[in-house]
Design a protein around this ligand. Structure first.
Ligand SMILES: [Zn+2]
Length: 73
């Protein structure tokens, strides 16, 4: 029963743990942490499809788009 050994200070249930997601852009696998999962749940967001690096790159590109023109899609 390995899952019983979860630290007591963790308030999440044993079913909640980091998820491994494969990045849609670079195919790199990354951990979607519990903290991020909670953040996404609170914001009612869909799970991320990109690794943090690609997300940062994408965000920078999106910011550039917003600065220059109206988003088309
Ligand atoms: Zn990536």
């Amino acid at each position: 029963m390995a899952w019983r050994r979860w630290p007591v200070q963790v308030r999440h249930g044993p079913q909640m743990k980091d998820k491994i997601i494969k990045c849609q852009d670079c195919a790199q696998e990354f951990a979607w942490t519990i903290g991020e999962q909670e953040f996404y749940q609170q914001k009612d967001l869909k799970p991320p499809v990109r690794c943090p690096i690609c997300r940062a790159t994408h965000k920078a590109a999106a910011d550039d788009n917003f600065r220059g023109k109206v988003l088309q899609s």
